[in-house]
Design a binder for this molecule. Structure first.
Ligand code: ATP
Ligand code: MG
Length: 660
């Protein structure tokens, strides 16, 4: 699978700009610009949707599919129909058969400095044992198993064990509350839970089981629970009725082997909730065949993952990024995937750089919120370590504005690693928009063109495409293999959330609406501007908060910023900026911010108020909670703050606001 296949993409021509893909990278890239070939986009276009067979070819099928795309019941599309496969077989067994059993599959870095390596053989053994244990507890194909674990190896093992026996998993991020867990278990009518006694948060032992216990009390169904003993003596726990110790169970099935269950390509592989940045989290259903195919294909062509690599996505498996690009994508390709437990600043601010150094990581994938933090902490931390093993950097989760982009490029990539800024969503399942790192020039601030086979359109209120450079709604006019199949709370809500707005059902013309705003430039590069709700109307001009934020973020001394609108009698809406400073804000920072915005966008966009705060409120997946900041600006009562990672910051911001 590590052959280079000369897939070329000849657009746009190298520009000779500092952001062309570095030659050293291009020379070894998986997808290259083969000048004699027809460009990859054109190849995909000519053969759409059959082009997606290339992605399906990266997988091992038990039963060949008959049809690539069945669109007879749009927008409920079906991909690779008639095909059968097993995800755990694709992520494990086939690599053993290829003679790679001693190759490292997972390298785990624990919070207390523990380190463990699972070879593909080790992973095979662990997954089979737990799959046998789940069966023993009564889990059958199509039963939803809820997994509520922190970043420990048992988490991917449990996911793959579920996949092996055809039981969809629903992973709930470990930091979420008992209520959130109960809601998700209820929605899926899930009768099985895999959790742990507790885990370390920074230095302290933290009780996870008591949250799980409360959730179990809150749901109607009886729940069989498996408990991983993570903390041992540090947090003794007692097992009650219907509770089983993970390691005892596995010991009982030592050496077991469980035949992977062939699943229909359209069978649900897992259920996953969105982050809840804009509203109530949505439970998204993902398929087995289409999902795995596009995940493997994007992991290979965008993240350039090759089997010999050590690849690290520093996200949490509790979010889609971790499902797709810590677990399924890299393991389907047979590479080594690193997973770490903890935070980038504990025990010190060089934790990540130390892990890259020690493991000689080739590819590193993280979020802009992290990059902004690294920037604030300063270069002394990465400078302490040898990061020369890196060859590619990735970004996901939010737009990455030019200054953090450049910092990442220079200080982590040493100017030699392309950055892929990957736009996608829980609902898209896989990366949709990004440069191909061995082919396309990078433009800091713009994610890139849609990937081959993917189409995006930026449209106005009426669904008409807007001119290049103009802002509009980001839509996807054509289906793609990893797309969500529906929402867990029903087909109706799925249609209402994503399809009703820009589709014409009478003409059988279906356009997916992402909920994001964006613009596309003359080269077809997409710049994501933010969420639909993040457009504010100032003196009848529609301004994107993201654009104003970019102008503020360019100012030296600004670490992070969020802009919201505040209702005002005089101007309709006024602009309110929250800024976390890298140094001392009294040093003329406010003036420089106002000047930068006026220069970049115009005086109309100048913030009415600039509120300095040590931190911005963030969701548990690390995204800025603008909704809440808007309530603070408007002096409104604050809704539920339990979705926040740092709820304590809210009071500080309120009192800072009152002062400014
Ligand atoms: P919810 O849908 O519940 O509000 P969420 O949208 O934050 O939560 P995710 O599916 O994790 O949940 O995030 C997807 C969103 O993240 C995208 O719609 C987009 O707004 C943003 N995003 C992801 N990657 C990028 C990127 N590279 N550039 C810009 N924005 C991005
Ligand atoms: Mg979303």
């Amino acid at each position: 699978m590590d052959d280079r296949n000369g897939w070329g993409r000849n657009r746009p021509e190298p520009t000779g700009s500092p952001h062309d893909p570095p030659t050293s990278f291009v020379e070894q890239a998986t997808v290259t610009n083969a000048a004699d070939d027809e460009p990859l986009d054109a190849q995909f276009e000519d053969a759409w949707p059959a082009c997606w067979e290339r992605a399906a070819d990266l997988l091992s099928w038990d039963e060949a599919y008959d049809t690539v795309l069945d669109d007879s019941n749009a927008p409920f599309y079906r991909w690779f129909t008639g095909g059968e496969l097993n995800a755990s077989y694709n992520c494990i067994d086939r690599h053993l058969e290829a003679g790679r059993k001693n190759h490292a599959a997972i390298r785990w870095e624990g919070k207390r400095g523990e380190r463990e390596t699972y070879t593909y053989q080790d992973l095979f053994v662990a997954v089979n044992e737990f799959a046998a244990a789940l069966r023993e507890l009564g889990v059958e194909a199509d039963d939803v198993v809820t997994i509520y674990l922190p970043m420990i190896p048992e988490l991917p093992i449990a996911m793959l064990a579920c996949a092996r026996i055809g039981a969809p998993h629903s992973v709930v991020f470990a930091g979420l509350s008992a209520d959130a867990l109960a809601t998700r278990m209820d929605a899926a009518d899930s009768e099985y839970l895999v959790t742990c006694d507790g885990y370390y948060r920074r230095g302290d032992a933290f009780n996870q089981k008591s949250k799980a216990d409360n959730a179990r009390l809150a749901v109607e169904q009886d729940v069989e629970t498996v408990v991983v003993d993570r903390l041992g003596e540090e947090l003794p726990h007692v097992l009650g009725d219907d509770e089983w110790d993970y390691h005892d169970l596995c010991a009982e099935f030592a050496g077991a082997s469980v035949e992977p269950v062939s699943r229909d390509a359209e069978d649900m592989l897992f259920l996953m909730y969105t982050s809840g940045t804009t509203g109530d989290p949505k439970g998204v259903v993902h398929s087995t065949g289409g999902y795995l195919a596009q995940i493997a294909w994007t992991a290979r062509s965008v993240l350039d993952i090759q089997p010999a690599d050590t690849y690290w996505c520093a996200a949490d498996i509790g979010w889609i990024t971790g499902h797709s690009y810590i677990v399924y994508g890299p393991l389907a390709l047979g590479t080594t995937t690193v997973m770490y437990e903890g935070t980038p600043d504990y025990p010190d601010r060089d934790r990540l750089w130390e892990i890259i150094d020690r493991n000689a990581v080739d590819i590193f994938y993280t979020a802009p919120t992290a990059v902004r933090a690294f920037m604030k902490w300063g270069t002394e931390y990465p400078d302490r370590h040898d990061l020369s093993s890196l060859r590619l950097l990735g970004s996901v989760g939010e737009p990455i504005s030019p200054r953090p982009w450049r910092w990442y490029y220079e200080h982590i990539g040493d100017g030699e690693c392309p950055i892929v800024d990957t736009w996608w969503q829980t609902e898209t399942g896989a990366i949709m928009v990004s440069t191909l790192p061995g082919v396309d020039p990078m433009k800091p601030g713009a994610a890139g063109p849609p990937l081959p086979g993917i189409e995006v359109a930026v449209v106005d209120e009426d669904g008409n495409e807007v001119d290049p450079g103009k802002a509009g709604y980001l839509t996807i006019p054509r289906p793609w293999p990893a797309m969500a199949r529906t929402l867990y709370d029903g087909d109706e809500r799925y249609r209402a959330e994503y399809w009703d707005r820009f589709s014409d059902p009478d003409a059988d013309d279906w356009w997916y609406f992402s909920g994001d705003t964006a613009s596309v430039d003359d080269d077809g590069y997409v710049t994501v501007l933010g969420r639909v709700d993040d457009v504010i109307n100032v003196a009848s001009q529609r301004l994107s908060t993201m654009e104003i934020e970019s102008a503020i973020a360019e100012v030296d001394g600004v670490a992070e910023t969020a802009v919201v609108g505040r209702s005002s009698e005089r101007r309709g809406t006024e602009i309110y900026a929250y800024v976390s400073a890298a140094g001392d804000p009294s040093d003329g920072l406010r003036e420089r911010i106002l000047e930068s915005v006026a220069d970049a966008i115009g005086p109309i966009a100048t913030p009415e108020a600039v509120v300095f705060t040590p931190e911005l409120p963030k969701t548990r997946s690390g995204k800025i909670m603008r909704r809440l900041l808007e309530d603070i600006a408007n002096g409104e009562e604050l809704g539920d703050t339990s979705a926040l990672r740092n709820p304590e910051i809210v009071g500080e911001i309120q009192s800072e606001r009152d002062r400014s």
